[in-house]
Ligand binder design. Structure first.
Ligand SMILES: Nc1ncnc2c1ncn2[C@@H]1O[C@H](COP(=O)(O)OP(=O)(O)OP(=O)(O)O)[C@@H](O)[C@H]1O
Ligand SMILES: [Mg+2]
Length: 263
């Protein structure tokens, strides 16, 4: 369980202080796929980076499995970080390392013996469907394959939680669906709780059990995905749903020039 209680975050403390998150309260249940939806600059990345303390909240609490970790340092902080995997839009792979050595990297940091870390990495590469690619370099892979490597690396330490910051934003529709299927499988089979940042309604619909809509650093609404999307209350979500509908109609019109209304 991930709990954020009365969480505030400001950048640049002092007179220039700029508050990016205001009084965020939320509970993410174990085993859930939880979506954070919002437009650019809304504070999504900041919020998620507070969960693994890549950003320190200015005020409020981060509670993981009942333990207040807000002020964790040293070994406690390292243990927290290794129990939480993270993936990004730009994959963030080490270009000078092979696929295998990207996945072994977190295990090198915690001094797992070489044979064990290679075995683990190969098992994870099999899980993400890349067992044949162990000796290639990231630049020799497609975007979707690179994201699979990043997913395998994020799983190296057996995390209970995975944070996905716009993990599919750089990928085409087909590849996006494949990556979301993989994340869903990891959620179910490995029982990893997922926090998925997206600005895409399609991504949220595809994978998220519940969604929080954030706007200007506030959670403006939150609920089970289908419920929220079928009865939105905030202007921002209403606008997002309307523009998504218009986009879908445009897409349909370009692939099939006869619309339902014309038939
Ligand atoms: N390290 C930082 N120092 C100062 N301001 C920052 C920092 N990181 C983010 N901000 C500001 O905080 C606000 C929220 O940024 P954040 O990256 O959390 O938004 P986001 O919702 O993830 O946006 P996007 O969809 O574009 O990734 C923005 O106004 C941004 O300029
Ligand atoms: Mg962001």
């Amino acid at each position: 369980m991930i709990q954020l209680e009365h969480l505030y975050k400001s950048y640049d403390e002092g007179p220039e202080s700029h508050e990016v998150l205001h009084d965020i309260n939320l509970s993410i249940r174990p085993g859930e796929v939880f979506g954070i939806l919002g437009s650019s600059g809304a504070g999504k990345s900041t919020l998620v980076r507070c969960i693994n303390l890549l950003e320190r909240p200015t005020k409020g609490k981060v509670i993981i499995d009942g333990k207040d970790v807000t002020d964790a340092t040293g070994k406690k902080l390292s243990a927290l970080r290794s129990s939480i995997g993270m993936i990004f839009q730009n994959f963030s792979l080490f270009q000078q390392r092979t696929v295998l050595r990207n996945v072994t990297f977190p295990l090198e940091l915690n001094r797992t013996p070489r044979e064990e870390r290679e075995q683990r990495a190969r098992r994870l590469l099999t899980l993400v469907g890349l067992e044949e690619y162990a000796d290639r370099y990231p630049s020799q892979l497609s975007g979707g394959q690179q994201q699979r490597v990043a997913i395998a690396r994020a799983l190296a330490n057996n995390p209970r939680i995975m944070l996905c910051d716009e993990a599919t934003s750089a990928l085409d529709t087909t590849t996006t669906v494949q990556i979301l299927d993989l994340l869903r499988r990891i959620n179910r089979e490995l029982d990893v709780t997922m926090v998925v940042i997206t600005h895409s309604l399609a991504v949220a619909r595809n994978i998220c059990d519940r969604v929080a809509m954030i706007d200007g650093g506030d959670i403006v609404e939150m609920g089970p995905t289908e419920e929220l999307f079928s009865d939105p209350h905030s202007d921002i979500l209403k606008a997002l749903i309307a523009s998504d509908g218009a986009q879908n109609r445009r897409d349909t019109n370009t692939t099939d020039s006869t619309t339902e209304e014309e038939k």
